[in-house]
Design a protein around this ligand. Structure first.
Ligand code: C5P
Length: 288
């Protein structure tokens, strides 16, 4: 028996920092959306927990997938193992939440493999211990996240949209922490952009580019050397406003039609900037 899941990447439609907390984290409000850029995770019964991965950069021991598997096994008092195979397609450390999504899918996949019927709420604490974004990926779709990102409220799916996405090829170790530390308190907001977009999504309105907001927009250029070149290429290709996803460096432009997205992608391609067209995903695992 082999069980297969496709953990989705996400983008942040909004990401606001309200304050710095005493525990070193920041209080955020963010609206997340899964997209159909996916990794491939398979699970097979085995006596031990084993991860086989196509990644050479990250030692398997440190991989969030194995940490998720071990944490789940311990919390369930489960004695069985699993052979987990991970094929990465979501760029690493890119602001797309790939590692967090793999970790959440591991929790869901192993519960299915071991036939343990645990509700999402029962996995939330393990997920939050793995990373601030991991609980969101237990739900996917359109959702509001608060606290350090681990408090998740699912929202109605945003209207189907297409995104042109590009990831500058820059590896910056520990970049999420670096970007948070680079924020001046003057960048903090009251969360109004997020609250207003939550209201719009709840009333079925379109998510227009002018509603998107990311606190890291102004500091990311200093941390990712290639980002300004990418922004310039988007401008030259006819997309004056691009948005950063999470703590970057991935940037995206949102469209309501696939044809417009394909046109922009083709112009970027001609300019030597590799980009993808992806679509929003409303419900990756059909559970809530
Ligand atoms: O939770 P996660 O491991 O994704 O966070 C990585 C780093 O990003 C944290 O160690 C912290 O420095 C920073 N962070 C933060 N506030 C958040 C989330 C992350 O300061 N809400």
């Amino acid at each position: 028996m082999t069980l297969r899941l496709h953990p989705c990447a996400k983008v942040n439609l909004t990401l606001e920092v309200l304050s710095k907390r005493d525990d070193g984290y920041h209080e955020v409000v963010t609206i997340l959306q899964t997209i159909d850029l996916v990794d491939d995770l398979t699970f097979e019964p085995a006596s031990d927990l084993v991860l086989v991965s196509d990644q050479s950069e990250i030692p398997p021991e440190e991989n969030l997938v194995l940490r998720a598997a071990r944490g789940l096994r311990q919390s369930l008092g489960e004695r069985r193992g699993a052979r987990i195979r991970l094929v990465k397609r979501i760029p690493l450390a890119a602001g797309l939440g790939g590692g967090s999504s793999d970790a959440a899918a591991t929790l869901i996949g192993l519960c299915r493999l071991w036939r343990r019927d645990i509700p999402v709420a029962g996995l939330a604490a393990i997920a939050a211990g793995l990373g601030s974004d991991v609980p969101y990926f237990l739900y996917g779709g359109t959702a509001l996240a608060e606290g350090r990102g681990e408090r998740v409220t699912p929202l109605p799916p945003m209207p189907e949209s297409w995104l042109v996405l590009a990831t500058p090829p820059t590896a910056v170790p520990g970049k999420t922490g670096k970007l948070y530390r680079a924020l001046a308190p003057s960048a903090f907001t009251q969360g109004e952009a997020t609250r207003s977009l939550v209201r719009a999504i709840r009333s079925g309105e379109a998510v227009t580019p002018s509603r998107l907001h990311n606190v890291f927009e102004s500091v990311a250029g200093r941390v990712f050397p290639e980002l300004d070149r990418y922004r310039g290429a988007f401008r030259a290709a006819g997309a004056p406003v691009v948005h950063l996803s999470g703590s970057g460096p991935t940037v995206f432009v949102l469209f309501s039609s696939p044809a417009q997205a394909a046109e922009l992608r083709a112009r970027l391609d001609a300019a030597g900037v590799p980009a993808l067209v992806v679509k929003t995903v409303a419900s990756p695992y059909n559970r809530n």
